[in-house]
Design a protein around this ligand. Structure first.
Ligand code: SAM
Length: 445
């Protein structure tokens, strides 16, 4: 299959059927036998067009006689792919970007072939004269178009940070994240795993802060690799590994993970506990709990018991039972836009209110499972004070039996960069990790 056609099908799934980009892309890559070069081009086209969608749509608006809302989805997504190639992909000659897109339109939207050809040729001729909105007149609109973030999100960042920081963050959200792995020390030593990888010709960069965290350059089709199948590695960002490190569960402890799927942090906790003790791993989606079980099995973990249970409900059986509790709460995901650019377009400011209500409920219930002297970590993969600091502050105010542990003092050996208060907020632009919030709370009475 032609990779441009694969990109069109994938983009259609994401934009029209609300599929997640990583899932839609993997489905397409598995469905057809692409060679490695075609896989790379398809991936680049999908993520590139998606990351820059507001900018590209702004350009379509300047060169099209039809409003975007009037276009059929294939026409619109083909224009996006064509314009992305024209403006961002130097390796694709302009004539190829136009001709290949027009050819595809003959199969998917025959009636608009002439229109697509016209818009693309117009863009091709005027590429050098494209003007962004004037930042002096409207900074929100300017940043929104330039970095393809919806205006409400630009406003949120401008409310939380100064303009330069907000712009750096918007820019970083359109970059490619480094791919981290966690070496599963239950199955292989860190040194042996690094040796295996280097012997196979890969360049391995080990984190100085978390020894089991490595970046491996050039490793592709990871889930098909022997290392993965044998359970030697787990794909997990550095920021996510930091969570289990900070919760710091010990061998033999009783741990409850109230939002555990697909199991990145739960399996890391089991690794830190040396596969001794008990972890209750809960979630509300049965199919996602299966992923936790599959990961645990592949990684050789025996101490995880999965349970389908909503954190919004209180489980009387578990009151005061746990040495450690993890609340890795469902959130707006504004810290992982680099991995899932569609998040930018799906969330609305109004969604945040219902998310924070759920987060508070889950935290409030989960805290009751902590025994006196036990500890809880509340974390999210978002950059939004309302879902992070505000939730923790409200909880501490309403619940005097719990205190905040200053992570920056206790865990400074693990932390990248400087953090000002007792909690940690990581940013893609500052720390080159996902945007993550981590806080630690102790039950004292
Ligand atoms: C941020 S993800 C957890 C990621 C996981 N801790 C990991 O490291 O792989 C949040 C999870 O919460 C689950 N979830 C959503 N609402 C929930 C609820 N009310 N109770 C429990 N889990 C919930 C989602 O299905 C999702 O798997």
């Amino acid at each position: 299959m032609n990779p441009r056609e694969g990109a069109l099908i994938t983009l259609y799934e994401i934009n029209e059927k609300e599929a997640f980009s990583n899932i839609a892309l993997n489905k397409e890559l598995r469905r057809n036998s692409y060679n490695q070069l075609d896989k790379n081009l398809l991936t680049e086209l999908v993520y590139g067009a998606l990351e820059n969608q507001i900018y590209i749509d702004y350009i379509i608006g300047q060169f099209s006689t039809f409003a975007i809302k009037q276009m059929n989805p294939y026409t619109l997504n083909l224009l996006r792919l064509g314009i992305y190639q024209l403006l961002f992909l130097n390796k694709v000659p302009s004539f190829a970007a136009v001709n290949e897109t027009v050819n595809l339109s003959k199969k998917y939207c025959k009636k608009t072939t002439g229109f697509i050809n016209g818009v693309l040729r117009n863009v091709q001729r005027n590429m050098k004269n494209i003007k962004l909105p004037n930042p002096e007149e409207n900074i929100v609109k300017y940043l929104s178009v330039k970095y393809s973030h919806p205006e409400w999100l630009v406003k949120t960042f401008l409310n939380n940070f100064d303009k330069d920081f907000a712009e750096e963050l918007l820019k970083a959200n359109n970059t490619k994240p480094e791919l981290y792995f966690r070496i599963n020390t239950l199955k292989i030593s860190i040194d042996d795993c690094i040796r295996l990888l280097t012997d196979e010709g890969y360049t391995v960069k080990q984190s100085s802060l978390i020894k089991e965290a490595v970046v491996v350059k050039g490793l592709q089709n990871i889930e098909q690799s022997n290392l993965y199948k044998k359970g030697y590695i787990q794909i997990q960002d550095f920021s996510s590994m930091l969570v289990a490190k900070i919760l710091d569960p010990k061998e033999g402890e009783y741990v409850i993970d109230v939002c555990s799927a697909p199991g990145g942090k739960t399996t890391h906790m089991a690794q830190i506990m040396n596969n001794k003790g008990t972890i209750i791993a809960r979630d509300i989606h049965e199919h996602k709990l299966k992923l936790v079980e599959r990961n645990a099995q592949r990684l050789g973990i025996k101490i995880i018991n999965t349970e389908n249970f909503s954190g919004n409900n209180l489980d009387e059986k578990l009151l005061n039972m746990a040495d450690k509790v993890l609340v890795d709460a469902p959130c707006s995901g504004l810290g992982i836009i680099r991995r899932k650019p569609e998040i930018k377009y799906r969330k609305q400011d109004e969604d945040i209110k219902s998310i924070t209500a759920m987060q508070y409920d889950i935290l409030k219930n989960a805290a009751k499972y902590v025994k006196i002297g036990g500890e809880l970590v509340y974390s999210t993969c978002t950059i939004n004070t309302r879902e992070n600091e505000d939730i923790v502050q409200k909880f501490l105010k309403d619940n005097p039996n719990y205190v905040l542990i200053n992570i920056n003092e206790e865990y400074k050996d693990f932390l990248p960069g400087e953090h000002n208060n007792g909690t940690v907020q990581l940013y893609p632009n500052l720390h080159n990790t996902d945007g993550f919030f981590i806080s630690k709370i102790k039950r004292i009475k």
